[in-house]
Design a protein around this ligand. Sequence first.
Ligand code: NAD
Ligand code: UFG
Length: 334
Amino acid sequence: MHILVTGGAGFIGSHTVVALTKAGHKVVVADNLSNSKIETIATLEHIIGQKIEFHQVDVTEEQAVEKLFEQNKFHGVIHFAGLKAVGESVQKPLMYYMNNLISTMVVAKACVKYGVHKFVFSSSATVYGDNEAPFYEGMDLLPTTNPYGETKAMSERILMDLAKATPDFGVSLLRYFNPIGAHESGLIGELPNGVPNNLMPFVTQVASGKREQLQVFGDDYDTVDGSGVRDYIHVMDLAEGHVAAIEQLNAGTHVYNLGTGYGTSVLELIAAFEKANNIKVPYKIVDRRPGDIATCYADAKKAKNKLGWVAKRDIEQMCKDSWHFETKQLTETV
Ligand code: NAD
Ligand code: UFG
C-alpha cells in the first residue's frame, strides 16, 4: 500500500515508518517538525535502506494537504500528527484544540475528497478517564482531565461520525497505552524537547547523569506498592500494531487498545531498568501529580482476536532499548 504518515518524524511515527516499509509498504511522511527533527528522516532512510518522500507540511493547512493527495495516489493514511504534552494542553488549550482537531478534520476531509478509505488514528488510553482497569474498548468513556485528552475523545467522535456517513470509509481508532523503548538500532527513539513529561525519558536522563534525581509522583495510590501503574508497551510493538490495523482495515469504525494487558508500577519500572542495565536511578517520592490516575492497563484481547496482533517485547527489552538509545545520543553528542 501507498500510505501517508502524518507526524512520521516523531517518536511513534518514525518507528511505524520502519515497520511499514519492512512489511513492504511505501510511505510518504508529512510533518511540520514542531516536535521532531529533520535529521530523523535521514536516519530512517539509513535504517530502512531506501529513500523516503518527506514533506515539511503543517497538516492543519488544507491546501498543503490537498496538494499531497493530488501528487500521490494513497491507499491509506496514518494520522500521528498532533501535540501531546498533557500539562501544556492545560496552559494552552486553544493551541491543542486547534492543532489536534483541525489536523484530524483536514486530513480526513482530504481522504473523503480523494477517495482514500483507510484512516488510522492515534488515540490514547486517556479517553477511558478514571474507569476501572483493565480498560476494554466497549466500556463507556469518562471525561479526561485535560484538553489534550479531550482532543483525542473529540477526534474519535468526529471520525466515527464520518465513517457512519461515508460509504466504504474505514477508521481505526488505536488507543495507545504507554509507549517506551526504541528501535533496536538505537538510532531512533523518543527525544523530548526540554524537561521530559513522561517517566521513561526522565529515567534514562537521570541514569545518564543529565538530571540529578527522578521524582516519583506519589506512593499512596491503591496499587501494589503505592506508585502509579501503567501498561508500558514497546514502541516497535506499537508500530507493528499499526501495520496490522491498516492492512486489515475495512469500512466502518474499529476501535483497538494497543497495550500489553499488564500493569507495571513506577517503582517496579525503576527496579526493572536498574536490573536490565545494571545502573542506579536515584529517586525520591514526592506528591501525586495532579490529573494522574492510579492504574491504567489494557484489556488487549480484541486486537489479538481481530487483528492477530500481540505485543511481544517485555519490560526488560523496553528498558534495554530505551537505555541503548539514550547512550547512543550521549556518545554522538560528545
Ligand atoms: P511526537 O511529538 O514525537 O510526534 C508527533 C509528530 O507530529 C511530531 O513530529 C510533530 O512535529 C508532528 N506534528 C504536530 N503537529 C503537526 C501538524 N499540525 N502538522 C504536521 N506535523 C505535526 O509524538 P508521539 O509520541 O510520536 O505521538 C504520536 C501521536 O500519538 C500523537 O497524536 C499523540 O497524541 C499520540 N499518542 C501518544 C502517546 C505517547 O505516550 N507518546 C500516547 C497516546 C497517544
Ligand atoms: N511519573 C513519575 N515521575 C515522572 C513522570 C511520571 O512518577 O517524572 C509517573 C506518573 O505519575 C505515572 C507514570 O509515571 O504514574 C507514567 O507517567 P507518564 O507521564 O509517563 O505517562 P501517563 O500515563 O501520565 O500518560 C501517557 C501519555 C499520555 C497518554 C497516556 C495514555 O503521556 O499522552 O499515557 O495512557 F494519554
